[in-house]
Write a protein that binds this ligand. Sequence first.
Ligand SMILES: *Cc1c(COP(=O)(O)O)cnc(C)c1O
Length: 376
Amino acid sequence: MEGIKMVDLHGQYLKIKHEVDEAIQGVIDSTAFIKGSDVRDFQDELSSYMGVSHTVACGNGTDALQVAMMALELQPGDEVITTPFTFIATVEVIKLLGLKPVFVDVEPNTFNLDPDLLEEAVTERTRAIVPVHLFGQCANMEAIMAFAGKHGIYVIEDNAQALGAEYTFADGSVQRAGTIGHMGTTSFFPSKNLGAFGDGGALFTNDESFGQRLASLVNHGMKQRYYYSYVGVNSRLDTLQAAILRVKLKHLDSYHLARQKAAAWYDQALSGISGLQVPTRSPFTTHIFHQYTLQLDPSKRDLLKDWLAERKVPSMIYYPVPLHLQDAYMDLGYKKGDLPVSEELSRRVLSLPIHTEMEEEQLKYITTQVQSFFKS
Ligand SMILES: *Cc1c(COP(=O)(O)O)cnc(C)c1O
């Protein structure tokens, strides 16, 4: 059996080595390292995969969030509602732009924004909501969009962890995560479901004027060469990364299937264990398992992590401290107890290895170790 890793990027590469190497060599031969044709082609191909009219590639998922927020032209002190149970980037960019993050707690079973708590967080300065589709499944977008519509506020979906997940509305229509709000963002960080060989990100919108503004903002706010309409940033996707991502996009659906298969194996082996909660699937979304995250009693969580580590099974805590309790954000004025679900989850969660190359033997070994912990 191969050594177990949280993510196996090398194994994944070997299966498409020929295609990837050829794509990389093509870019080197062209020397069009910035704004080469692969960038445009990748944007077009990703637009058609997503079913969205505008895709703007950029440097990384954090920049994508920042640029989306910049496109809204908010004023210092304007409030942006988001979740404290996410990666720091979501909140960092709100703060960097002089806006005020307002945290709303998550649902205990899905880890996603709890739409029932939005109403009490809204003020006359609320301008946007940033739901995060955490661990591979969508937040309750129908409820979030209805709420945003009622209050006239924007929705930016942080889709760094659910690129390709599908949301089904009550009327039966289906849309990809990241294309439902006014704008969506994603990341091609190597370990994401669609990972580059370095940094990368993208923005999505179906709004023509946002689409143009985003494309301009990532390129210094330029309109035509050396004429600037906005204060922008330099955030580009390298041609090399775009060429690699074009290859990998063709495999994305099969990558999702491989993750879902591993998740089904875990579910089957672990769902009967008392004291252990396997991931809950929301009825309105597919789950593409960016992470496979268990919940268990806080008194046992770290013991299980150590038990697994001793048996050469890696595991990770996403996320150990909710963002409202991070040192850098104490000036927002939150304290322990303000967002109890997120705080409790940070003590209960443990993510098991999940990636596209998991072998049955590995899954069997991992689940046997988890089972033996609960029997010991
Ligand atoms: C990875 C991630 C980001 C940031 O993406 P980078 O490409 O690393 O900048 C933002 N939000 C979430 C939820 C993420 O998981």
